[in-house]
Ligand binder design. Structure first.
Ligand code: UGA
Length: 418
């Protein structure tokens, strides 16, 4: 099928590559000329494992990029809107890019097409987008919602092996065209209304955020009673009704999705007259978690961090990405420096002034693990211990084995475990 992905950010690029891999004719469309000219040369503009390989296979064959709406939309059958929906200061989404995209699409439609919103948007947005398109074209079209559930760092794999494929549609024709687009993908298909589809996306992220905040609150309990949160989570997860994923205690969630989507759901609920107090607490626990961790470090040093050199390992919001949005690292560094510590930081992908973790750890009073990159588990800890001024590990992700670290001569502090 002839597919257009409008917006070549994270979701758009992965969708382009994966749809091309499934054998469709794909055009990536963006108004950012610099980005498009780089993409045309095969320079992948985001760090995402497996993406470059797919680009290499399909670019110039069934995958192309353009800034021209008329070129992209000529004969387009399915158009995915993948533009950004940045958060506003009140937590709601800014939908101006979605609406602008809808208007431009309408002006360039050449024949029937299914216009699919992939960007995460509040339910009811589809109605507005439909109105905008109707106002600007006489051409027949259908509107649909097809939320994505990709995780950064494993987006290509997730897209090729989806846990579920949701079609939020209003007509049988749109459903059948979307089925054709996705027919080579495994995974259950659920057909719903666009409103349900968009609520499924919000509900999924809010539920995962809830699990993380729940286990983090339990980690504080575990600290109080000398329990081990990893054991608690393991025992909890053995209940098949609960399951074991997303129960890793630590510094809490960051990234471009969980924080933004929980705020948006709270603010969307407010427009409907519902106070989503429950989710506010989830967000609060997540914010408090950084202070809880930093306070532990402060208490370890007897109440003051003045003059201490602390080394933050990991800046990205999670491993295998260069994404810093809502990363806990920024908050941790802010709190530590406000308490008088000098902070050195290193990340395998995000550039800092240090070449490697060893350099950043030299003369340090404490290793503060913020992002659990594999590289940090493979450090030579005998060497690390020699380089550091004091052998202290503050593990914000419960990444290291406390016993092993203690045997190597480190003082170890985790979250909900000792
Ligand atoms: C998340 C969802 O997992 C995807 O399904 C969804 O498509 C995506 O948001 C989105 O809405 O686009 P992502 O933000 O890439 O994906 O990252 P996750 O792997 O879900 O991790 C989010 C944050 O939660 C990270 O900061 C991670 O460190 C934290 N986390 C995760 C925990 O603190 N504990 C856990 O047990 C799991």
């Amino acid at each position: 099928m002839k597919i257009v992905c409008l917006g070549t950010g994270y979701v758009g690029l992965v969708s382009c590559a994966v749809f091309a891999h499934l054998g469709h004719e794909v055009i990536g469309l963006d108004i950012d000329e610099k980005k498009i000219s780089r993409l045309k040369k095969g320079q992948v503009t985001i760090y995402e494992p497996g993406l470059e390989e797919l680009f290499g296979k399909h670019l110039g064959k069934n995958l192309e990029f353009t800034t021209s709406y008329s070129e992209a939309l000529k004969g387009a059958e399915v158009i995915f809107i993948c533009v950004g929906t940045p958060p506003k200061s009140d937590g709601s989404y800014d939908l101006k890019y979605v609406f602008a995209a809808a208007e431009s699409i309408a002006k360039h439609l050449t024949g029937y097409a299914v216009v699919v919103i992939k960007s995460t948007v509040p339910p009811l947005t589809t109605t507005k987008v439909k109105e905008i398109i109707q106002k600007n074209t006489g051409v027949d079209f259908d509107i649909a919602s097809n939320p994505e559930f990709l995780r950064e760092g494993s987006a290509v794999n997730d897209a090729l092996h989806p846990s579920r494929i949701i079609f939020g549609v209003e007509t049988k024709k749109a459903e059948s065209w979307l089925r054709q687009v996705h027919k080579k993908l495994p995974g259950p298909v659920l057909v719903t209304t666009p409103q349900s589809a968009q609520l499924i996306k919000y509900a999924s992220n809010a539920m995962l955020a809830t699990r993380i905040s729940f286990v983090n609150a339990m980690a504080i309990m575990a600290d109080q009673v000398g329990a081990d949160i990893k054991d608690v989570a393991a025992g909890l997860g053995l209940d098949p009704r609960i399951g074991s994923s997303f129960l890793e205690a630590g510094l809490g969630y960051g990234g471009s999705c969980f924080p933004k989507d929980t705020w948006a759901l709270i603010s969307f609920a407010k427009t409907l007259g519902y106070d989503f107090n429950f989710l506010k607490q989830v967000d609060q626990v997540n914010n408090d978690q950084v202070d809880y961790f930093v306070n532990k470090i402060k208490l370890f040093f007897g109440g003051s961090l003045k003059g201490k050199l602390l080394t933050v390992l990991g800046l990205a919001f999670k491993p295998n990405t260069d994404d810093l949005r809502e990363a806990r690292s920024a908050l941790v560094i802010d709190r530590l420096t406000k308490l008088g510590a000098v902070v050195h930081a290193y990340d395998p992908v995000v550039k800092t002034k240090f070449d490697d973790a060893y350099q950043a750890l030299t003369n340090s009073d404490g290793l503060v693990l913020v992002t659990e990159w594999q590289e940090f588990s493979e450090l030579n800890f005998k060497r690390v211990k020699k380089l550091m001024r004091r052998p202290n590990i503050f593990d914000g992700r419960n990444f290291y084995d406390p016993e092993k670290m203690k045997k190597l001569g480190f003082n170890y502090l985790g979250i909900g475990q000792r």
